[in-house]
Design a protein around this ligand. Sequence first.
Ligand code: 4AD
Ligand code: MG
Length: 432
Amino acid sequence: MEDVLRIRDLPARVGENVSLRAWVSQTRSSGKIAFVVLRDGTGYLQCVVPKNEVDEAVWEVAKGLTQETSVFATGAIRADDRSPGGVEMGLTGLVVIGTSTDFPITPKQHGTTFLFEQRHLWLRSKRQEAIMKVRHEVVQAIRDFFYERDFYLVDTPLLTAAIGEEAGSLFETEYFDLGKAYLAQTGQLYVEAAAAALGKVYCFGPTFRAEKSKTRRHLTEFWMVEPEVAWYDSDANMGLQEDFISYIVRRCLERRAAELAVLERDNAKLALVEPPFPRVSYTDAVARLQQEGQDIEWGKDLGAEEETIIATWHEKPVFVYNYPKEAKAFYMKRNPDDPRTVLNNDCLAPEGYGEIIGGSQREDDYGILLGRIREEGLPEDVYGWYLDLRKYGTFVHSGFGLGVERTVAWICGIPHVREAIAFPRQVHRLRP
Ligand code: 4AD
Ligand code: MG
């Protein structure tokens, strides 16, 4: 098969006769002229079919086309200012490749449940296409950011023996003669080992949480990128995060303006996302929340509601740092200035999107870390290798995890993370 011509490339082909393969998005016809809009993932192309000027066979095919039929179309490309890509096609040849009868997703309104049942077909709609392209840009920006800064990519296992975050939300499976294996909640413990080998590293892949949460921020399978940096303290860690998030947002503004326009995103809000980001300690945040009449006690993790309020204090993403150690994972470094707290931070996105990053400096003291593992009742033998990192040349190090779906949802301005991934996995959703 010769290389296919794509709709995006057509403005350079004005005056030429070309052929392409695509799907029918819309059709409209009177007795004398038919309009067929084709789509191929790179754009939309209006084709014009005047009955008197084309073969009768072409007219018959064009007249009978239905939504999502796949076709091989031939015609002349001409400039047309009113068309989205600036060109249209005068159709002269039309062959149906695959018919499509009663495509379930029509231009009328459909309910969300129905649309998610039809997710495999819903992906073809304009809005979903825009979201997928923004996600694609976010992922590429993530890889470029780390590549440009000399971070090494280290792929970490998805089948693990150790609990990374929280015992309560593990998917488990039998693993031959070795007992239980868990789907990874994080690659962090492994990138810590890799950071001692390579200095600056990151892992990037799917992670799993068997959380029963049915909120608009939770999936059971989501993608997380986790850098880990030798010799970075918590402060430097936040500096890296603000550079990173700003880079991703800037890239989307530069290269995905068309998609953000389809999504009717207010780009002015995104344009504010530049370093430095405001920083507020957990303790100060709780005090201010209390002053504002919120019912929150020092010691509890912040919930979605509190995060939303804190985010309204600023127009940029905001760091909340040094949480109470009880509210956070066992591996975070104890704060020497206030041992009730740890040297960590969350980064909260504006506009009510909540936590998009969790990060921390890691406990680098063998004895303290062992104590924390015991306090949490974690199986010591499984963490032997992790403790080794504190035994053989321990080092100050920090890292964080950014959730891709929450970031995409925020940049796209869509209300729910489930649209930010092609095939979401949620408590009540495993198909398609
Ligand atoms: O705060 P979390 O649990 O942090 C970690 O897993 C650390 N090990 C990261 C690290 O320091 N290397 O998760 C990090 C981010 C959250 O801020 C959020 O964006 C996303 O992962 N996330 C989820 N996204 C969708 N659905 C869920 N159930 C999520 N849980 C966390
Ligand atoms: Mg977190």
